[in-house]
Design a protein around this ligand. Structure first.
Ligand code: ZN
Length: 243
């Protein structure tokens, strides 16, 4: 079976629709959270995720819109986007967000927004990856949250490894050998690894291969909508530079 992972969409419907064009109808779609926040189309993005995803976990921006969680630590632009999103969001979508799980587990996979146990921790270095590996027995952990597509590895001898996948690519996950993996699928709607292309990951559980796909979308259209909505201009600018 193929699992297609989408994460950190951030109300960017142009990027989400481009991402979905790389996902086959028979693929199982997993959304790792942060459907909303930052961008101009929260209702459209939630509707699309609801109709297409088999599994969805909540992200910190989804929770911030729902109940204000963590907004005191957000920067001004992020906080402004939370307020704006709350005003325009369909109440039925808000009620749906309230039903989402923090983690979902299949036998060989764990789905969380940021990290196991501390769901909104960032895994940005090997120490944080080590903490995450120790917090679960799942062979493969799928995350988003950092908006940086990358792979963390813990091999059977206890050695850690790390690979950036800034331009996409395929990696074999040899869990039969006792290796474990944290797969950061990157961000659909607001990449931050200096590549402005959106990012998704597709895991084939028979081949035991994960492929990161970087894709183009109409960034100018999203930027124009951000400005037209009165959202902070910085949120439009950063999409062009991928940071
Ligand atoms: Zn995010």
């Amino acid at each position: 079976m193929r699992y297609a992972f989408i994460s950190d969409i951030h109300s960017n419907i142009e990027a989400l629709d481009a991402a979905l064009s790389y996902i086959a109808p028979e693929d199982t779609v997993v959304c790792l959270g942060d459907i909303i926040g930052y961008g101009p189309n929260p209702n459209e993005c939630i509707a699309r995720v609801r109709e297409r995803s088999q599994y969805v976990v909540i992200g910190n921006h989804d929770l911030a819109v729902l109940n204000g969680f963590g907004v005191e630590r957000f920067n001004d632009a992020a906080r402004a986007a939370v307020s704006w999103t709350r005003e325009v969001l369909d109440p039925t979508h808000l009620a749906w967000i309230d039903t989402l799980a923090y983690e979902l587990r299949l036998p060989e996979m764990l789905f969380v927004h940021g990290a196991p146990v501390d769901y909104f921790e960032y895994i940005l270095d090997v120490r944080e990856a080590a903490t995450a590996f120790a917090a679960t027995d799942a062979p493969i952990v799928f995350i988003g949250h950092t908006h940086i597509p990358e792979l963390w590895t813990l091999d059977a001898e206890g050695a850690y490894g790390h690979t950036h996948v800034q331009h996409g690519g395929t990696h074999r996950l040899d869990i039969a050998a006792g290796n474990r993996y944290i797969v950061d699928v990157g961000s659909v709607g607001q990449p931050r690894d200096l590549n402005p292309e959106g990012s998704i990951a597709i895991y084939d559980d028979l081949r035991k291969e994960v492929e990161w796909v970087r894709f183009e979308y109409d960034i100018g259209k999203t930027q124009a909508k951000i400005r037209a909505a009165g959202l902070p201009g910085y949120l439009a600018m950063r999409l062009g530079s991928g940071r």
